[in-house]
Design a protein around this ligand. Sequence first.
Ligand SMILES: NC(=O)c1ccc[n+]([C@@H]2O[C@H](COP(=O)([O-])OP(=O)(O)OC[C@H]3O[C@@H](n4cnc5c(N)ncnc54)[C@H](O)[C@@H]3O)[C@@H](O)[C@H]2O)c1
Ligand SMILES: *[C@@H]1O[C@H](CO)[C@@H](O)[C@H](O)[C@H]1NC(C)=O
Ligand SMILES: *[C@@H]1O[C@H](CO)[C@@H](O)[C@H](O)[C@H]1NC(C)=O
Length: 310
Amino acid sequence: MSKIGIIGSGLIGRSWTMIFVSYGFDVHLYDVVPENVTNAMKLIKEQLDELEIQGLLRGQLNAAAQFGHVHRAKTLADAVSDAIHIQECVFENLELKKQVFSEIDAICSNTVVLCSSTSCFLPSLIAENLTHKSQFIVGHPVNPPYFVPLVEIVPSKWTDQDILKRTDDLYRLVGQKPVVLKREIEGFIVNRIQYAILNECYRLIEDDVISVTDVDSVMSDGLGMRYAFMGPWETAHLNAQGMEEYFAKYAQGINDVSRTMGPVPMMSGDTAKLIADQMNGIIPESKLPERRQWRDQRLIALSQLKKKMN
Ligand SMILES: NC(=O)c1ccc[n+]([C@@H]2O[C@H](COP(=O)([O-])OP(=O)(O)OC[C@H]3O[C@@H](n4cnc5c(N)ncnc54)[C@H](O)[C@@H]3O)[C@@H](O)[C@H]2O)c1
Ligand SMILES: *[C@@H]1O[C@H](CO)[C@@H](O)[C@H](O)[C@H]1NC(C)=O
Ligand SMILES: *[C@@H]1O[C@H](CO)[C@@H](O)[C@H](O)[C@H]1NC(C)=O
């Protein structure tokens, strides 16, 4: 089976590894700290075994067979040579990512996909000075990628169409749900939408319209219920006799309400403190790991439900 190189063996590097081996790709995992690969391989084995016991393992192969496709790359060159796709997962630091890709650039083929998992750096900022910049692209996953399938594919203006298509095909093949940006933009799409929501939630607290817990409930008990299954356009389409009627009926109201929304807030000062105090009251720092487990259990159950219903 084809080879995939993963650079960086932290949370996201391990997740990509598990996703790619689920389909039987040979993953070669590299980290600048060798013990981190040792540790990552141990964690991956434990997680694959646990997923198998829980009936949550992806793909057709059993856990032992999948783990058989995880290999340690002793050097960066070991991970890169003969790979069809490189998925970079090092710390979110622009200088580091540029450095790592300039090292890869010096040794890689003219065909391999050079893909970064970056959450926020525009691809052109990483790729500008690479010889192989037409092979560079961003594939930004959502945590936890094993259960949340979305990946944002972000090309730069130099990215070859074939590289984009191969990245899209690869992610689909292993069961992720890629979406393709037509051009790079700050925040990509996930964070632009997430920030629009955060900004309005912030203004509603600042203007003392609703409590912190109630505004969270608007999402988790209301809007979020349907957004787990359909986006805002389909929601609108179904809420009227189709889009034409929706726009005819609601465009004016949407515009009127939207113009009452305040300017982009800077999230600091009294309101930020109020929100932080309330959230710390509900979930103190000591309870964060427990609550993350609670969240992941629900995401797993939801992803199972979605699979069953499709
Ligand atoms: N954690 C998330 O929720 C999330 C979600 C989407 C995307 N991302 C992105 O994925 C990337 C990785 O994030 P993470 O959460 O896995 O980080 P992490 O801190 O868990 O892991 C980073 C790993 O990179 C390794 N590393 C550092 N320098 C290296 C080098 N020069 N060569 C090889 N390996 C090196 C470190 O040893 C570490 O194991 C970041 O760009 C992050 O923004 C993270
Ligand atoms: C290696 O792993 C340790 C422990 O998980 C982590 O703190 C560290 O950031 C990793 N990488 C490097 C380069 O130190
Ligand atoms: C590329 O190299 C030029 C010339 O050294 C430099 O000015 C520019 O900042 C570099 N671009 C990036 C994104 O690092």
